[in-house]
Design a binder for this molecule. Structure first.
Ligand code: FAD
Ligand code: DLZ
Ligand code: SF4
Length: 511
């Protein structure tokens, strides 16, 4: 057996000492490879905060590995010899060290999986064991089912983990308390938002680099306050559990112009990058319930997002295959409106959600689904463009989780693999769940005519464009009946005004 070192590849979203590749490695023999590379930093124009977060977290992770005795070769973005790609760095490091093979943990994107397969060096891609359900477990669950509904998968994950279980029954008698989790935005929020961290020397150095190299990308780099190591991420978790979790459930779907985080965890970027283990987050939430510090609807809701939705989305991404992001079941081909890149629109809901995205690299689920996603779907944007936008602008975005949320849940471009019906709404839903409509240039209660809320027009336009596909869907039949009950003049007016709005949008006039 050769005693040459092997290269242990650790990617920017694999920053935990429990990562599979490291578990296979021999500290005395092997060399850990980490690299900031142009290819990864620019396959979409990532938000500067996202790049800064990852580079800072990568540098700190490399330091931690070195401290415990690993030999780490770390490439900085501005190193003169940087080849610019992950396979390029593996080849360069193989030449330097004499290594002839690589151990990696399976990346969260088909693109990079293929690039590692094509690498001239043999690369062993180990299953990513950070998840609750392996690919084969998800496939076994999915096999033979007509519809892959998250709810049933989630119940299996509850049974598997034992979270909120009493024997084989769910605590409280119900699996899902979502019904209690749809309260409109409250007037006052008692949570100050996620824990913020001042940049230390490592972060500051990265901020300077990112400013110089990616300062032109969409998104504000400053103020930068994300956690960049596991200790900080744990503190952010504790802050959420103590101060926000008790109300997380109630106001999960609410949106407020002046409060960007409400009672949300703002932990997804840490969990996805490896700084925080999802088990620790769920254990902490369950303990809060057991201690009487958080109600069941909140804790069940949180645990469902993590062991249900998050795992389910990953299962879908890998099951559906590498063409998933090119799906376009509704044949949508409009351009992504330019205001997605500058928040310059008179529609206050969009302008607020987009400005928040620009400033924070964060928006919560309902902002992503029912504001930016809803609008893109209603106007018929090419789903691949929508996908690339979401992948770029959020600090937690990696294809394995972003694509099923966007292509599947939000844009219905997978034809119904993730959702049984498209998530669309008129202005009434946004008005009920937010304070956006107050002060908007459009009037949410107005259905047609000058100043009518565009969502009200576009909602019907979407339904009529796709009548053949959705009319027989039992969950949508009522919408068609409502439209058909309008008098003919009104129906025509709605569709004409929607056409007019779409013309304005495609000719790049301000809307
Ligand atoms: P909370 O609302 O506090 O939820 C707690 C945790 O549950 C999150 O940290 C996250 O780990 C998990 N979670 C909740 N919902 C989902 C979901 N649908 N899928 C996966 N995990 C979930 N999430 C990402 O992590 N990356 C993405 O790129 C991403 N893109 C999205 C795009 C669209 C169009 C939509 C509708 C949702 C997307 N989500 C994505 C899911 C969700 O919006 C984010 O996980 C959530 O907003 C993160 O903020 P939070 O930590 O405050 O979450
Ligand atoms: C997102 C990202 C960025 C911006 N930069 C790097 C990088 O320079 N080096 C690296 O190893 N990983 C980076 N990543 C994360 C990868 O893109 C991610 O591992 C894949 O998309 C798979 O999820
Ligand atoms: Fe958005 Fe319509 Fe409300 Fe304006 S009126 S904020 S466009 S939903």
């Amino acid at each position: 057996m050769s005693n040459a070192p092997r290269l242990i590849l650790i990617l920017g979203d694999q920053l935990t000492e429990d990562i599979a590749a490291l578990a296979e490695a021999d500290m005395k023999r092997d060399v850990v490879v980490m690299a900031e590379v142009a290819d990864e930093a620019s396959y979409v124009p990532h938000h500067p905060k996202k790049i800064a977060f990852l580079f800072a977290a990568m540098r700190k992770f490399a330091q931690r590995l070195e401290r415990v005795g690993w030999r780490v070769v770390y490439t900085r973005l501005d190193d003169a010899e940087n080849s610019g790609s992950i396979p390029g760095e593996l080849l360069r490091r193989a030449e330097e060290t004499g290594a002839q093979e690589v151990i990696a943990t399976e990346p969260g994107e088909w693109r990079l999986i293929a690039a590692l397969e094509d690498c001239p060096l043999p690369v062993h891609q180990m299953p990513d064991t950070r998840f609750l359900a392996s690919h084969s477990e998800f496939d076994a669950w999915a096999e033979g089912r007509k519809q892959l509904r998250m709810e049933y998968f989630y119940r299996d994950m509850r049974r598997k983990t034992g979270y909120l279980m009493q024997g084989d029954k769910p605590v409280g008698g119900k699996w899902n308390y979502d019904h209690d989790n749809r309260k409109p935005a409250p007037d006052a929020i008692t949570f100050d938002g996620p824990l913020r961290f001042d940049p230390d020397a490592v972060v500051q150095e990265v901020l300077d680099l990112v400013e110089a190299r990616f300062g032109g990308n969409f998104g504000a780099l400053h103020p930068f306050w994300f956690a960049t190591d596991p200790a900080q991420a744990r503190q952010a978790l504790d802050q959420f559990i103590t101060y926000a979790l008790p109300k997380f459930g109630d106001y999960q779907d609410a949106m407020l112009s002046e409060n960007r985080f409400l009672y949300h965890a703002v932990l997804s970027m840490y969990i996805n990058a490896g700084l925080l283990d999802w088990r620790d987050a769920c254990d902490a939430a369950e303990s809060a319930y057991k201690a009487g510090a958080a109600p069941l609807n909140a804790v069940e809701g949180f645990i469902r997002q993590v062991i249900g939705w998050r795992e389910y989305m990953r299962g879908i991404y890998f099951r559906e295959g590498s063409d998933y992001t090119t799906r376009n079941a509704l044949a949508h081909d409009a351009e992504l409106p330019e205001f997605y890149w500058d928040a310059e629109t008179d529609m206050r809901c969009l302008s607020k959600a987009l400005a928040q995205t620009r400033d924070e690299a964060y928006a919560h689920h309902i902002q992503r689904l029912m504001v930016t996603g809803n609008f893109a779907l209603l106007v018929g944007v090419d789903p691949h463009q929508v996908h690339e936008w979401y992948l770029a602008v959020y600090a937690d975005a990696y294809e394995w989780v972003e694509a099923p949320n966007v292509i599947g849940m939000s844009q219905f471009a997978d034809g119904g693999v993730v959702g049984s019906k498209p998530y669309i709404s008129s202005g009434a839903y946004i008005d009920r769940m937010s304070d956006y409509c107050k002060g908007c240039a459009y009037e949410v209660k107005q259905k047609t005519g000058e100043g009518a809320c565009p969502f009200n027009l576009l909602y019907w336009h979407f339904l009529i464009r796709h009548r053949e596909r959705f009319e027989k869907n039992p969950r949508m039949a009522q919408m068609y009946r409502t439209f058909d009950r309008m008098n003919e003049d009104r129906r025509e007016t709605v569709l004409q005004e929607a056409d007019h709005f779409l013309d304005k949008l495609s000719s790049k006039q301000r809307v």
